[in-house]
Design a protein around this ligand. Structure first.
Ligand SMILES: [Zn+2]
Length: 281
């Protein structure tokens, strides 16, 4: 007898609701563990549940009544992460770029960007920050709004160069918005953009701009994103040629090699989160 072992995707749902009393009653009735807060923001309920949870089918029946924030994503196993040749990476979002009233756009050239979907912009000046990052345990730092910039310490860059051999990482300074001077002991990694497109997944949600017709990728809820094998000369960390985002948000995604992730793990360098990619040829 042939037994097929089909690994089931572990899908996680995150919920956040504010002021929806019937949803709070439902969650209480189903005894789903959640965080409940009553404060100036309102009466908020937040929790995460996977589709393997025995309570999921009961909750799923009532989802049509839910009007809050609901996101879906895949939880990958350590084995899937460890065996991936290439991974998509993101950094923790710890502060807002300055000046906040224009979303930090002073650091970018928008002359060739689409005014509707924002694709086509490029960074031409250092990012301006209110202050240095305060997360002492992290070695890499990111921003709200601008998802494809990564900051780090000079000592971390030296470590990475030692670990990854001949690779030379370029960096640029970071400007203190208050003083106009460089922020001490902080650098932005200059992450090269891959010259060719590599994200080939046709199951991803996409959005096409009505003005410039550029297609932006949004997300994939179930399973790994597929890419074509990056050229063998690719750096261990690069940005996709493709644009991601929705509405007036446009950014590239960060992709790293297995070696890059291993070097971080070996040296306990924290700050990145990874999702494995599937390489198809
Ligand atoms: Zn556009």
């Amino acid at each position: 007898m042939l037994i097929l072992h089909v690994s089931k995707l572990k899908i996680a749902h995150r919920f956040f609701s504010n002021g929806n009393t019937s949803f709070k009653e439902l969650v209480d009735r189903l005894q789903i563990p959640h965080e409940y807060k009553e404060n100036i923001v309102g009466k908020t309920v937040a929790f995460e549940i996977t589709e393997c949870d025995t309570k999921w089918p009961l909750l799923e029946e009532h989802l049509h009544q839910f009007d809050g924030f609901h996101s879906v994503g895949t939880v990958f196993s350590k084995k899937e992460l460890d065996s991936a040749e290439w991974l998509m990476a993101s950094v923790g979002e710890y502060q807002y770029p300055q000046p906040e009233d224009n979303h930090g756009r002073d650091s970018y050239d928008y002359s060739r960007a689409c005014s509707v979907c924002a694709t086509g912009h490029r960074q031409t000046k250092p990012i301006r920050l209110k202050s240095d990052f305060k997360q002492r345990r992290a070695s890499f730092f990111g921003l709200h709004w601008i998802f494809d910039v990564v900051f780090t310490r000079p000592a971390t860059m030296k470590l990475l160069e030692r670990e990854l051999g001949v690779t030379t990482f370029e960096t640029m300074p970071v400007t203190s918005h208050k003083t106009g001077q460089n922020v001490q002991d902080l650098l932005q990694m200059v992450i090269p953009i891959l010259e060719a497109s590599c994200v080939i997944d046709d199951e991803m949600k996409v959005e096409q701009c009505a003005s410039c017709q550029t297609t932006k990728r949004i997300r994939k809820e179930r399973g790994m994103i597929s890419i074509s094998a990056p050229p063998s000369s690719s750096p261990p960390i690069f940005l996709t040629q493709e644009w991601f985002g929705s509405g007036s948000s446009a950014h590239r995604r960060i992709i790293v090699s297995a070696e890059f992730r291993k070097a971080l793990n070996k040296n306990k360098l924290r700050g990145f989160q990874f999702t494995p990619l599937q390489v198809k040829n």
